[in-house]
Write a protein that binds this ligand. Structure first.
Ligand SMILES: [Zn+2]
Length: 546
């Protein structure tokens, strides 16, 4: 019996120890879960969510952890480090601007004009001009961090310039190979596709076949072809057909940049131009377009001059202009182009920035000619343009579109909202207001004031459609697992304040902007956060396996 009593005591001790250990284990696990901290870094509550799909808004809280949306639901009791009460405002995915020119963004890393429009991701390298070393360009992050995410296209014009210079001729076999190799490297380094600017030197000197050859390289890596077409005026239909032909022959998606009709005589023809895109889509080619919400465009002064004159660059053009007969030919071609565009003179052409004389900024070529030459005829206006071109050129705004076409293009399901802007420095020159107002103008003017499209559709055009088109698979929607790029805005007050005369005022109505879960704009205040990341294209993933 002694033995059994001892045994029972031993068993009791073992049981006691087991209970003690398990209790300790439980308390340790409770303690360690507390040590991991709250479930979320941020909870956004009391928002009406417009999730980017185009669906009607719904109410839910959003929980964010490590830069990602991890929970959508009822999170009132959740543990969180930070809490934002949206007070019934709209919570949407951060806007993705697929048509920008921000090669200089590392000098202005806050990208303030974009952030204040609710933009969280930018695609640069448009209209044929980009960094040719994409690895170096995107690789500057994280050493030089940005407030927004950044992707780039590789510009066909920049590639051609590097290999052939500014010559107006076809490439040799060897030069074509060199251009293909540059495009291939750019795709491997993370370009999302290739852009062209077929009114600019030297991109304009490339015939369709040359572009198809380069686009085939892009297609192999899953990129897209984005184009500032050869013509947006009297030959816009031919230019759309060329873009589609390139997509069909090379086998890749086509994005037509800043889709418009800039010829007064063709105003009202957007059903025809949109029809060409729809036809291509019905044949199975993925074609999409982007648009800024204004009736004026903005580009260089030299884009008004014949392309043959600009071959070889400014010094060559100066020599040609010194020849009287050549100059006469230039003037007569410019008069012809003006007439075909449906404009009676250059009053529609307004200077945005002219370094030799900043007093020209904000004035039309017609007004400047009157001031300088005391004349108002077209010949004198063309002389004025040529003088300004020779003196270094100017940035311009061209009032050339019809409002009905802008509206019709905006209503099309495959149209996305994109600014065509660069990073702006406050009060520098008189740039196009789109860089300060584009997204907000769509939400305030076209959605609320004109009721042209729904709020949900407008957000879709700024978020999931661009993400789908440019391959940002974990952005552009409010979804668990997606990157926490978010914007909160007041749909009842949101409006742009930038005008053609005074383009620098920031918009109102944007309350918060988050990039990868970090707050970059809170009310009126930019924060010091620089959470932007490089968004690299499918060629990068294919070659690195990541
Ligand atoms: Zn362009």
């Amino acid at each position: 019996m002694e033995w059994s009593i001892t045994s029972i005591t031993k068993i009791r001790s073992i049981v006691f120890l087991l209970i003690l250990f398990s209790a300790l284990a439980v308390s340790v696990s409770v303690w360690s879960s507390r040590a991991q901290g709250p479930t979320f870094d941020l909870v956004i509550a009391n928002a009406r969510i417009v999730d980017g799909t185009g669906n009607p808004w719904f109410k839910a809280d959003v929980g964010i952890k490590d830069g990602r949306i991890v929970r959508i639901g009822h999170l009132a009791a959740a543990q969180t480090s930070k809490y934002v009460d949206a007070k019934g405002q709209i919570l949407a995915p951060g806007f993705i601007d697929v048509h920008t020119h921000v090669e200089s963004i590392y000098n202005l890393p806050t990208a303030e004009n974009f952030v204040r429009m609710g933009v969280t991701s930018l695609v640069t390298g448009n209209c044929g001009t980009s960094a040719t070393d994409v690895a170096e360009f995107l690789g500057r992050m994280p050493g030089k961090p940005l407030a927004v995410n950044l992707a780039t296209l590789v510009g066909q014009g920049s590639v051609r310039r590097k290999v052939i210079g500014l010559d107006d001729r076809a490439p040799t076999v060897d030069e074509l190979k060199q251009m293909e190799a540059l495009v291939e490297q750019a795709m491997k380094d993370g370009a999302v596709g290739m852009s062209t600017g077929l009114i600019y030197v030297p991109g304009t000197y490339a015939k369709t076949d040359e572009i198809v050859d380069l686009a085939r390289v892009v297609a192999r890596y899953g990129g897209l072809y984005a184009t500032h077409m050869r013509n947006e005026g009297d030959k816009v239909a031919e230019a759309i057909k060329e873009s589609i032909q390139i997509g069909e022959q090379a086998g890749l998606p086509v994005e037509i940049s800043h889709f418009k009709i800039s010829n007064k005589k063709l105003w009202g023809q957007s059903p025809m131009t949109l029809g060409l895109v729809r036809d291509a889509r019905s044949r199975g080619l993925m074609v999409t377009v982007d648009q800024y919400a204004y009736t004026a465009s903005s580009t260089s002064l030299e884009s008004r001059l014949p392309t043959w004159l600009r071959a070889g660059g400014l010094e060559e053009a100066k020599k040609r202009l010194a020849d009287k007969a050549t100059r006469e030919r230039v003037v007569s071609e410019m008069k012809d182009t003006l007439k075909r565009s449906g404009q009676k003179d250059f009053d529609f052409a307004v200077v945005a920035s002219y370094e030799p004389d900043r007093s020209f900024n904000g004035k039309s070529i017609a007004a400047i000619t009157k001031l300088v030459k005391k004349k108002d005829d077209v010949s004198n206006q063309i002389d004025q343009i040529l003088e300004m071109y020779v003196a270094g050129g100017a940035g311009m705004i061209y009032h050339g579109m019809g409002e009905d076409d802008v509206k019709r293009i905006m209503q099309e399901p495959f149209t996305m909202v994109a600014s065509d802007s660069g990073v702006r420095r406050q009060d520098e020159s008189v740039p196009h207001p789109r860089g300060y107002g584009n997204n907000v103008r769509v939400l305030g003017h076209y959605v609320r004031e004109l009721k042209l499209i729904s709020l949900e559709d407008a957000v879709r055009k700024m978020t999931s459609l661009p993400a789908q088109t440019f391959g940002f698979r974990d952005r552009g929607l409010i979804r668990e697992g997606f990157a926490a790029d978010l914007v909160i805005f007041d749909e009842n007050t949101i409006i742009d304040r930038a005008t053609y005369d005074k383009p620098h005022p920031f918009p109102i109505g944007i309350s918060y902007v988050f990039v990868n879960g970090e707050l970059v704009l809170s009310g009126d205040q930019l924060t010091s956060a620089r959470p932007g990341v490089a968004l690299r294209g499918p060629g990068y993933r294919a070659t690195t396996g990541s």
